[in-house]
Ligand binder design. Structure first.
Ligand code: NDP
Length: 240
């Protein structure tokens, strides 16, 4: 029986590529999203992948979402915590709302989703969790204290949960993408983007499919000995 995989923020950008790669590899996939119904519909029409709308920053809405996915597809054995946002600004201009939105959407979401799937994974003796961090959680980034803190938190969260899951067949790993060609990065002003690309040794942005390849490696049944790791996929920009 095909394993059920959930990709949060799985309808656009990196998440879209992950959802499609998992489907192509034979998994039963649920892609979640927050509010962009048009993008989710276009994604569903193109791929046939089931979509579920709920806010990963909110525990109660995750509870409903996970119950709905489980009822429709079966118990979740693979979870990719990918949903994320940026609300950039230097700290002198950053509002408490910008701080909270980014921490809750990028980091609290990992707690919410893992908390809700972990008991079923433990009972089944199998689970694969991949959390999408960021190069900016490893190295920091000007104008992103909120985002860097959330992503850095993901790396610690991953190592702690990996220890809790290890004896139960559950692996927990992170991927730290560098700059990837998605809406999030296309929103960066062109002159800033040019400076960023100039610092990437391979000389280009990454593609979402290059992150998806890492996810496939980590979630494989054969991946049971890889846990608590962070896989950096960043064109050589930051060697950690
Ligand atoms: P996009 O902005 O292209 O897509 C974000 C996805 O997350 C969308 O599907 C969006 O749903 C969903 N989402 C956002 N907020 C919520 C929420 N509260 N609840 C549920 N879903 C939500 O992002 P990217 O593909 O660029 O980024 C994906 C991940 O990779 C993020 O965690 C990001 O931080 C990380 N990353 C990205 C890098 C890059 O260069 N792009 C570099 C390093 C890390 P909707 O469509 O409804 O808005």
């Amino acid at each position: 029986m095909a394993r059920v995989a959930v990709v949060t923020g799985g309808t656009r950008g990196i998440g879209e590529a992950i959802s499609v790669a998992l489907k192509d590899a034979g998994y039963k996939v649920a892609a979640t999203y927050a509010g962009n119904d048009a993008a989710a519909k276009a994604f569903h029409d193109k791929t046939g992948i089931a979509v579920f709308k709920f806010d990963v920053a909110d525990f109660k809405s995750c509870e409903k979402g996970v119950a709905e996915i489980t009822a429709k597809l079966g118990p979740i054995e693979i979870l990719v915590n990918n949903a994320g946002i940026t609300r950039d600004g230097t700290i002198v201009k950053m509002t408490p709302e910008q701080w909270e939105q980014v921490i809750h959407t990028n980091l609290t979401s990992c707690f919410n989703m893992c908390r809700l799937v972990i008991e079923s994974m433990r009972a089944r003796g199998f689970g694969r969790i991949v959390n999408i961090g960021s190069i900016n959680g490893q190295a920091g980034q000007y104008g992103q204290v909120n985002y860097a803190a959330a992503k850095s938190g993901i790396h610690g969260f991953t190592k702690a949960l990996a220890q809790e899951g290890a004896s139960k067949g559950i692996t927990v790993n992170a991927i730290a993408p560098g700059y990837i060609n998605t809406d999030m990065v296309r929103a960066v002003p062109q002159p800033v983007l040019e400076k960023i690309v100039a610092k990437i040794p391979v000389g280009r942005l990454g593609e979402a499919s290059e992150i998806a390849r890492g996810v496939l490696f980590l979630v494989a049944d054969e991946g049971g000995f890889v846990t608590g790791s962070t896989l950096s996929i960043n064109g050589g920009q930051h060697m950690y």
